[in-house]
Design a protein around this ligand. Structure first.
Ligand code: CAA
Length: 567
């Protein structure tokens, strides 16, 4: 039978501890909040008053309910005040020696049947449990920041943990309105092992200087559709916490992708810890604030938009681009028939080439046979199956019809390949990737190649900005920014599944309920297609040589038989 838990102690009243106090008090439990000094205990009380005060101001909580929540909590600097609680949750800084010291002391304070839980985000729960007199009553309850908002609680068990205890804690999490995911004790558990590795990878991309801070965040928020960009999220979590989790993950796995990036280490050493210190990747109004001071003024790039644009190609994307560009006031010359006269394209400053499956014949998939069979791409008749009607040949003819002042914008790889050998070397090529819309908008990534002028890149960006897209510019690398962030992250999730640590469903729950993802990694892979993810990873792996980019064998299997991960 599940045990009765009605009184809870929370040790450590920083951001997470105070948030956890709020969760329990709002669910009607009696809470004892403990921190090391009366001032720190008072600060914890202040956090709860401020947070519930904001809820009252927004009309989400009545003043009476706020008073009831505050009335359920007592604040103290004495661990001894925890002697009667049913459950203690420790949320002190992530240092094993501090946690072991506290758990050791609790042994002599709390009742023998009290549960001892840790909110550790990555440390070994087994090591914490082993230092206590009753390791079978030690369990992990890992909340996510902001704890009052995010639904996930990772319930971490060790070899010592009682099954009955696991059931009780899972039920308790459900009573709190949370979504528990029960997993064993492994570095980073589910969510941090995936999330923090993704953040480390993003920081490493930022370190290269290939993309700006805002553009990198737009890739995560608009391109992938996550609630925040990776640098903004790192600042929210705290760069010291991100680094600590990287350290733990790296020590456990020796995966270079988990190692803390040099820039992250330097920022932590310099005391730039993110929102909590007032400065991280962004500069904030004051310590603890989320208001960014050094955000650039809203871009007015769209004033440099090109007013006459050609769109060559067929399919949904071509239709969408023609519509949006026309609505933005551009005069659009649309060419959607390989037999059409190409003369109207001559002299246009910007021409978009849109491939897509509908534009090529079924056999060659839009020109891929030219590449795969090693045929001379300059030979428009080389594509025997579609006799020059696939983009490979059609776009080649278009390229030859263009004026040398035209900026050519291939929107996919087949279009870009089709240009090889046809273009006047003077013509500038600015490839783009148009993403599916997400809840934050529709992203277009603009690739900066070495020989493209800043003017050409800016002009392409401005044209898409004016047409209502969100744009970012980065160096032209495999996967650009969005796929370079997303695909390795998805691959890590597949590796985790393949390692037997958690189910695909639990991993998806962890990332949606713990990090606010609109859908979990496996739902994302099923939507994109395992083959596309595996192919994208292979391209990146070929370009960088990074071992972590090798597609997981399980991903390759799913790709080979076209089997979804879910359902
Ligand atoms: N405390 C209480 N409530 C908060 C809050 C806080 N700190 N921050 C936001 N909220 C509430 C707001 O009041 C608002 O509530 P209402 O809609 O009822 O008014 C709601 O949350 C949404 O807030 P906003 O509209 O201001 O902003 P948003 O929609 O952008 O959401 C967010 C903010 C919830 C933080 C969202 O951006 C998000 O989910 N981001 C991802 C955060 C994430 O990944 N966290 C996990 C980090 S990893 C971790 O924590 C584990 C670890 O061990 C390191």
């Amino acid at each position: 039978m599940a045990r009765e838990i009605s009184t809870v102690g929370v040790i450590g009243l920083g951001t997470m501890g105070a948030g956890i106090v709020e969760v329990f008090a709002k669910a009607g439990l009696t809470v004892v909040g403990v921190d090391g000094t009366p001032e720190l205990a008072e600060r914890g009380k202040g956090f709860l008053e401020a947070s519930t005060g904001r809820a009252v101001a927004k009309g989400r909580l009545s003043e009476d309910d706020q008073a009831a929540v505050l009335g359920r909590v007592t604040w103290t600097d004495q661990l001894g005040d925890l002697k009667d609680v049913d459950l203690v949750i420790e949320a002190v800084p992530e240092r094993l020696e501090i946690k072991r010291d506290i758990f050791g002391k609790l042994d002599d304070i709390v009742r023998d049947d009290a549960v001892l839980a840790s909110n550790t985000s990555s440390l070994s729960l087994t090591e914490i449990a082993a230092s206590t007199k009753h390791p079978q009553r030690v369990i992990g309850m890992h909340f996510f920041n902001p704890a009052p908002v995010l639904k996930l609680v990772e319930v971490i068990t060790t070899l010592f943990t009682d099954d009955e205890l696991t059931t009780s804690v899972r039920e308790l999490a459900e009573r709190l309105g949370k979504k528990p995911v029960v997993v064993g004790d492994r570095a980073g558990f589910v969510a941090n092992a995936l999330l923090i590795t993704y953040l480390a990878r993003a920081i490493r991309v930022y370190e290269t200087g290939h993309v700006s801070r805002e553009d990198l965040d737009a890739a995560g928020q608009v391109g992938i559709g996550l609630p925040m960009g990776p640098l903004t999220l790192s600042d929210l979590i705290g760069l010291d916490v991100v680094k600590e989790v990287c350290d733990v993950l790296y020590a456990a796995t020796h995966e270079p992708s988990a190692a803390p990036p040099a820039l992250l280490q330097q920022m932590v050493t310099a005391g730039r810890l993110g929102r909590k210190s007032g400065q991280g990747f962004y500069t904030y109004e004051k310590a603890g604030s989320g208001t960014v001071l050094d955000a650039p003024a809203a871009a007015e790039r769209s004033s440099g938009a090109t007013k006459t644009v050609g769109v060559v190609g067929t399919g949904d994307l071509a239709t969408e681009l023609v519509e949006k560009l026309t609505e933005s006031g551009a005069q659009v010359t649309a060419v959607d028939d390989p037999a059409a006269d190409l003369a109207p394209l001559a002299g246009l400053p910007l021409v978009l080439l849109v491939g897509g499956p509908e534009a090529g014949c079924e056999d060659c998939g839009g020109g891929e046979c030219l590449i795969a069979e090693g045929a001379d791409p300059a030979d428009a008749t080389a594509c025997e199956c579609c006799h020059g009607k696939a983009p490979a040949a059609w776009f080649g003819a278009v390229a030859e019809a263009l004026d040398e002042r035209t900026v050519v914008v291939p929107t996919d790889e087949a279009s870009a390949w089709a240009l090889i050998g046809h273009l006047d070397p003077q013509v500038q090529v600015v490839p783009v990737a148009v993403h599916q819309p997400t809840r934050a908008g529709q992203l277009v990534e603009v690739a900066r190649q070495l020989d493209a002028s800043a003017e050409a890149v800016d002009g392409v960006q401005a044209t898409f900005d004016a047409a209502g897209f969100v744009t970012l510019a980065s160096r032209d690398r495999a996967g650009l920014v969005v796929d370079a962030l997303l695909y390795p992250h998805l691959n890590d999730a597949v590796r985790m599944l393949d390692s037997g640590y958690a189910t695909a469903e639990d991993i998806d729950t962890a990332m949606t309920a713990g990090c606010g993802y609109p859908q979990g990694p496996f739902a994302m892979i099923d939507a994109i297609g395992a083959e596309e993810v595996a192919d994208g990873l292979t391209q990146m792996q070929l370009e960088t040589g990074e071992p972590a980019l090798t597609p997981s064998p399980l991903l390759v299997e799913h790709a080979a038989i076209d089997r979804p991960f879910l359902g």
